[in-house]
Write a protein that binds this ligand. Structure first.
Ligand code: 4AD
Ligand code: MG
Length: 472
């Protein structure tokens, strides 16, 4: 069994011991010092070789990106940068890396360039830090739910229904579309029209209405043609669903959940966060003063954990936005003049970043701009929906109390032109033991963006899928 760089650097037990490690060369200086990284931690292990033991041809093969196996002894470091280093006894070159062609040279690369080499970009400190945090976040999500009595359910990826009713689905078919009559799916693989799911919510509701507290965590797909820094065509969503829980309880659950997972990262991924924070501070130095971040990355995360989220109704948000100018010079691109207008990201960001300067939960939205399944309030115009807005991100969570009345749900489906036959089973849940229930969806990549401070969603998922792009 090989040792990992992480264990060697984090425990004194290895001092003076023989170790066996393998990893990739970050840098090789003075034919003597190899900075080796095996991905287990942000830190490299300095391995010192006696170059007189090796010929030039061999030494040339040790270059940035090459894979090595090293046997040696851990000693206290002679240099000041690290506490320990490895005195190399034996070195095997597992895989060379042509220095003239290796794209990840030890210098600063642009994120755009690194996207074009997504298969190698986790060799950089920035991307490996982001992906280690992504991994910890998903563990924290499971831990939170498992510790709070939730069951994990796997909802289908291929589905016949459009949960959000937005018509933004990818079709799944084995028909050769050149030869088939369009629209006739009776001869298709599933004998009906099927698509990739946009959400596991409807199926999760069926499980909540028997197992009480459940959550899904899986990939979802949306064919929105919005090429923004916050949208992916394939993204991961966390969707808890809870029986006998109303909107207020749902908002409290979401707040407690977000605080738990962010706090978990503050504790468990300190090295990665320190690096990402410094990266952002360096970036800020190049910006004009007014564009710099008010809080550092870690301050911002602590702020979320320690402060209550502001909770306001759509009506209150409307009153704030109706008469306001975001700043002296500029108006909103889309003015909010009429009650019922959907909020654009400029409005959401104004509320969070300028007006309240804290995360905001907006609830009780106009029914017209939200999905068919949300519980209609007694005013007959608003639904028990809630969106959580975060600084720099905008909407990170969308959720609601669900309509539990059979008759009202059927009426809402008519209004949204959703066939009864398509969702007969979903209606059934309102016939047999229906009850108040609620849930929400957290966009996992938007969470990773927030926690890592990365500004483009393409940089927080290993291989992003966006319009006109499905490389790798
Ligand atoms: O607000 P949405 O559409 O809500 C639902 O899908 C509900 N079924 C959730 C539920 O109640 N169970 O999406 C939930 C979240 C958004 O708040 C956003 O964070 C993220 O999913 N999201 C996206 N993330 C990346 N790329 C996209 N194209 C996204 N669309 C939504
Ligand atoms: Mg939403």
């Amino acid at each position: 069994m090989k040792n990992s760089v992480k264990e060697i650097l984090s425990s004194e037990d290895y001092l003076s011991k023989e170790i066996l490690i393998a990893g990739w060369v970050k840098t090789f200086r003075a034919n003597r010092f190899i900075a080796l990284n095996d991905g287990s931690t942000i830190n490299n292990l300095q391995c010192v070789i006696d170059f007189e033991k090796y010929n030039d041809e061999f030494l040339k093969k040790i270059s940035t990106g090459s894979a090595l196996e090293i046997k040696g002894r851990v000693i206290e470091s002679q240099g000041s940068k690290q506490s320990v280093e490895v005195l190399v006894n034996e070195i095997i070159i597992l895989g060379e890396s042509d220095p003239d062609n290796y794209p990840i040279q030890p210098k600063k690369h642009s994120l755009e360039f690194l996207r074009s080499v997504s298969h190698l970009r986790t060799r950089t400190t920035t991307f490996s830090s982001v992906m280690r945090i992504r991994s910890s976040l998903s563990f924290a999500i499971h831990t939170f739910f498992q510790n709070n009595g939730f069951y994990y359910v796997n909802t289908p990826i291929i589905t016949a229904s459009d949960a959000e009713g937005a018509g933004e689905q990818f079709k799944v078919t084995t028909l050769n579309f050149k030869n088939s009559k369009s629209g006739d799916h009776s001869k298709d693989f599933f004998g009906k029209e099927t698509k990739l799911t946009v959400s596991g919510q409807l199926e999760a509701e069926s499980y909540a209405m028997s197992m009480g507290k459940v959550y899904t965590f899986g990939p979802t797909f949306r064919a929105e043609n919005s090429n923004t820094s916050r949208h992916l065509s394939e993204f991961w969503m966390v969707e808890p669903e809870v029986a006998f829980l109303d909107l207020k309880g749902n908002m409290n659950l979401a707040e407690k959940f977000l605080k738990y997972i962010i706090d978990y990262i503050l504790e468990k991924n300190k090295d990665d966060l320190d690096f990402l924070e410094k990266r952002l501070l360096d970036e800020d130095k190049l910006k004009p003063k007014e564009k710099r971040n008010e809080l550092s990355l870690i301050e911002k995360l602590n702020f979320i954990v320690k402060n209550n989220f502001e909770k306001i109704t759509y009506d209150q948000a409307f009153e704030i936005l109706k008469n306001c100018k975001p700043n002296k010079k500029k108006k909103f691109k889309y003015l909010i003049t009429e009650w019922g207008a959907d909020l654009q990201s400029e409005h959401e960001r104004y509320l969070v970043e300028k007006h309240f300067k804290s995360p905001v939960i907006i609830y009780n939205y106009p029914a017209k701009i939200k999905s068919f399944y949300m519980k209609l309030n007694s005013d007959n115009k608003t639904v028990r929906a809630m969106d959580i807005l975060f600084p720099g991100i905008g909407e990170i969570v969308g959720g609601s109390q669900r309509e539990e009345s059979y008759d009202i749900l059927l009426k809402r489906m008519h209004e949204f032109k959703i066939e009864k036959e398509e969702l007969w089973w979903y209606l059934d849940l309102r016939k047999f033991g229906s009850a108040v229930h609620s849930g929400f969806g957290l966009g996992f990549e938007r969470l990773v963006m927030f926690v890592t401070g990365m500004s483009n969603i393409r940089d927080v998922i290993p291989f992003p899928r966006t319009p006109q792009n499905a490389e790798f």
